[in-house]
Ligand binder design. Structure first.
Ligand code: ZN
Length: 281
């Protein structure tokens, strides 16, 4: 899934290329990814000029006169800038032509959704949570984070992934943040001290700002997911202590962590049978 650093990078690239251009063509290869809350279909965009592209929570929004196309790439969605006539990818969901450049939405799992809505009709989009505090904004302070944490009764990794609380962390960066803060993924929020909370906040800021800079600096094509610099997610050996990285199931998601650097604070945390299992993301 594109996480925040990926989404910000894609956004900056699309902003460089597309606004001010008119939609000259549209193709839908995989109708399942498209949802219309207006009468009509993607051809409504033909002849309209793209005014802006922006991020709203985990959606990228393409703004046209009177209409917004809001795309949530979910687990596997990617964007690609192609030239018209480039061969279609097997995973092509839909494409919008903007003269000599074509924006393609690719999705191997077909889980992403693109909503064509009347501008600003956000309530028409299920799952568009806007309550979370933007973790890269000045509003994301230690005090705000610790106060959010204090009211939670769930496990810390579940909290980190809750988009109504934080905008936003996905599976990969949740693991990186917990590793940085040396917190076991199954720790209950209520058992974390004030100092733990501060450390976790600072880890989010550090890990995410470094990741944003890293992804930006690589300057890969936007369809490439840059993840090789991560420290624990999908890794075998802990870069800090040299121990073996393990996985554990947390509410149906696999967490990757170092049991030595992120020790359990209660017994029965680690499901060793799942160690090393490969999963998405
Ligand atoms: Zn370690």
């Amino acid at each position: 899934m594109p996480e925040l650093p990926d989404l910000l990078y894609v956004l900056s690239r699309l902003r460089d290329r597309l606004p001010g251009r008119e939609v000259t063509a549209e193709r839908v290869r995989e109708p399942v990814v498209l949802r219309y809350t207006v009468r009509g279909n993607l051809s409504l965009l033909l002849g309209r000029v793209l005014a802006d592209v922006f991020r709203k929570s985990h959606f990228l929004v393409f703004r046209f006169d009177g209409l917004d196309l809001a795309v949530n790439p979910m687990l596997a969605g990617r964007f690609r800038l192609a030239e018209p006539g480039d061969p279609d990818e097997k995973s092509l969901g839909f494409a919008l032509g903007f003269g000599e450049v074509e924006l393609r939405y690719l999705d191997d799992k077909k889980m992403g959704k693109a909503y064509l809505i009347t501008s600003d009709d956000w309530k028409a989009i299920p799952g568009l949570q806007t309550g979370g505090v933007d973790i890269l904004s000045p509003e994301f302070t230690r005090e705000r984070f610790v106060s959010l944490l204090k009211h939670r009764r769930d496990q810390v990794r579940v909290f980190l992934l809750d988009k109504k609380a934080l905008d936003s962390l996905g599976n990969a960066y949740a693991d990186e943040v917990l590793f940085e803060a040396r917190v076991h993924p199954k720790t209950f929020c209520r058992s974390l001290s004030h100092d733990d909370g501060v450390r976790l906040h600072d880890a989010i800021v550090k890990v995410m700002s470094e990741a944003v800079a890293e992804v930006e600096g690589r300057a890969e094509p936007i369809e490439v997911k840059v993840r090789d610099f991560l420290k624990v997610r999908r890794k075998e050996t802990c870069p800090r202590c040299g121990g073996k990285i393990r996985t554990a199931g947390v509410r149906g998601m696999d967490a990757w962590f170092c049991p030595r650097c992120q020790p359990a604070t209660r017994p029965g945390f680690v499901d060793w049978t799942r160690a090393g299992k490969q999963t998405d993301n």
